[in-house]
Design a protein around this ligand. Structure first.
Ligand code: SF4
Length: 471
């Protein structure tokens, strides 16, 4: 099953990380199908999540979730040592990778050493981050995504649009077209149940061939060395039990102390992520198959990735490490709802992606430097976050960190502007001139195109020619 490069959404190509952030954003904004798909998905999530707030006390669970995650991050070195020791006690292997390249090299080397030709994967943002598929494919190993959304993206040759729902930007018709092309037949239904059944049949064939299963980790429980994998489809259960080797790739911050903490986070996660009071499947894996057991993998490897996370502890960005990757901040963000995750050009998108991607990639990264500016700073993300991460504050701090010569020039201009506005005489003169200019340009109370520096503003919105604007 090869990875093909094509576009499934609309007629507009907004390629993975190609082009600048601005180019990708403008292209995405021009895709009406994409925006429709995103709005539908976000509205549906909003209704379900509101029900969790109303009927299941999601908001009241936030304080405890925040305290747990803050403490986890403060005690991270000790928790990781405990986790490591417990996994080894249970017969597993633990590898600490400093960066994504080291992690991908380890998994690829292991697959080669064991003669693995097919790897079955379940959904994992960590493996996206370390570019594992590329590494395995370059080594001549076939990779099969078994999560429905990830498989759709593999067929489309696209990146995930959302942390939890990677193919949320595509509608049923677009998915049916992809499946028909992959199967080489028009005999694929386009209703939801039919599409799921079709994918199940195609993917089950691959499970039998896979010598290695690779998963992500939602939580690691230090007291027992258990990895928790939350899912709704049941494919992760097969990935972690059917092949003879299971590799779990975990960001180093995903560890909690014990089952009391894990139970709370595992309750909060599906409520915030998909508006359900429980996930369909919670897989708990402690080491490989024991002697006398009939099933499960013969080998279990836990790869713990630092990838820049360790350096964030003790900084003004430490709170970002509390993230449980629920995706609620994406669905609540007006920016993400307008352009989708692919415009960000990084595995993590939305407000949390705009904060952590530049931090993990480093301030000099030309691909992520501008991401903190992908926000209206409306605060909806911070309000939605079930572990109380002040995302809007982190975005402002990330903007200050990303300050380039161009943004420094803007800061000088805005400082001069603010001085002018503080004097009543210059303020009145400025406003009078501005009103005249806008009235001259406005039609029906709105200006649709401004010249010079105002052009960017009116590219995607109109400006009222009077204040207050006409209804
Ligand atoms: S920052 Fe908060 S809302 Fe966003 S993905 Fe992480 S936990 Fe969820």
């Amino acid at each position: 099953m090869s990875t093909r490069r094509r576009k499934a959404s609309g007629g507009v190509a907004y390629p993975d990380a190609r082009g600048t952030l601005r180019e990708r954003t403008v292209q995405a904004l021009a895709d009406g199908t994409l925006r429709g798909n995103l709005e539908t998905a976000a509205a549906s999530w909003g209704e379900s999540r509101d029900a969790m707030r109303r009927d299941h006390g999601l908001d009241a669970m936030r304080d405890r979730a925040r305290d747990i995650r803050r403490r986890n991050i403060r005690e991270l070195p000790a928790l990781l040592s405990e986790m490591q020791a417990k996994v080894r006690e249970a017969g597993g292997t633990v590898v600490r990778a400093q960066d994504g390249a080291e992690a991908a090299r380890y998994v690829t080397g292991l697959a080669r050493a064991r003669g693995v030709t097919v790897v079955a994967k379940s959904k994992s943002m960590a493996t996206e981050e370390i570019k594992l598929n590329e590494s395995l494919t370059d080594a001549g190993i076939e990779v099969v995504e078994t999560d429905l959304g990830e498989w759709i993206l593999q067929l489309a040759g696209e990146r995930p649009s959302h942390i939890i729902a990677p193919a949320v930007h595509l509608n049923r018709g677009q998915v049916a077209t992809l499946f028909r092309e992959e199967a080489g037949t028009d005999d694929v239904p386009d209703d939801r149940e039919g599409l799921v059944a079709h994918a199940r049949v195609r993917l089950r064939e691959k499970f039998a061939q896979a010598g290695m299963g690779v998963s992500g980790v939602n939580l690691g429980v230090a007291s027992t060395g258990t990895v928790c994998i939350v899912e709704n489809e049941g494919n992760a259960r097969l990935v972690t039990s059917q092949p003879r080797i299971h590799v779990a790739v975990m960001g180093m911050e995903r560890v909690v102390a014990d089952w009391d903490e894990a139970a709370h986070i595992l309750q909060v996660l599906p409520m915030a992520a998909i508006g359900q009071d429980a996930a369909n499947y919670v897989n708990l894996i402690t080491g490989p198959r024991r002697e006398g057991e009939a099933d499960g993998p013969e080998e279990f490897h836990l790869v713990i990735v630092d990838g820049g996370r360790g350096a964030l502890r003790g900084t003004e960005f430490e709170e970002a490490l509390s993230c449980i990757r629920c995706g609620a901040c994406l669905y609540s963000c007006p920016m993400w709802k307008s352009v989708g995750g692919q415009a960000y050009g990084s595995p993590y998108s939305g407000p949390i992606g705009a904060v952590i991607t530049p931090l993990l990639e480093g301030p000099a990264s030309p691909t992520s430097r501008d991401l903190p500016f992908m926000s209206s700073l409306c605060g909806a993300c911070g309000e939605a976050c079930p572990v109380g991460i002040p995302l809007q504050d982190l975005l402002v701090r990330a903007r200050a960190r990303a300050s380039s010569p161009a943004t420094r020039r803007s800061a000088i201009v805005f400082r001069a502007w603010s001085r002018l506005w503080r004097r009543p005489t210059t303020y009145r003169a400025w406003m009078a001139g501005w009103r005249l200019m806008l009235r001259a340009r406005g039609k029906g109370g709105w200006v649709t195109r401004l010249p010079g520096p105002g052009a960017g503003w009116t590219q995607v919105r109109d400006m009222p020619s009077r204040w207050p604007p006409r209804p």
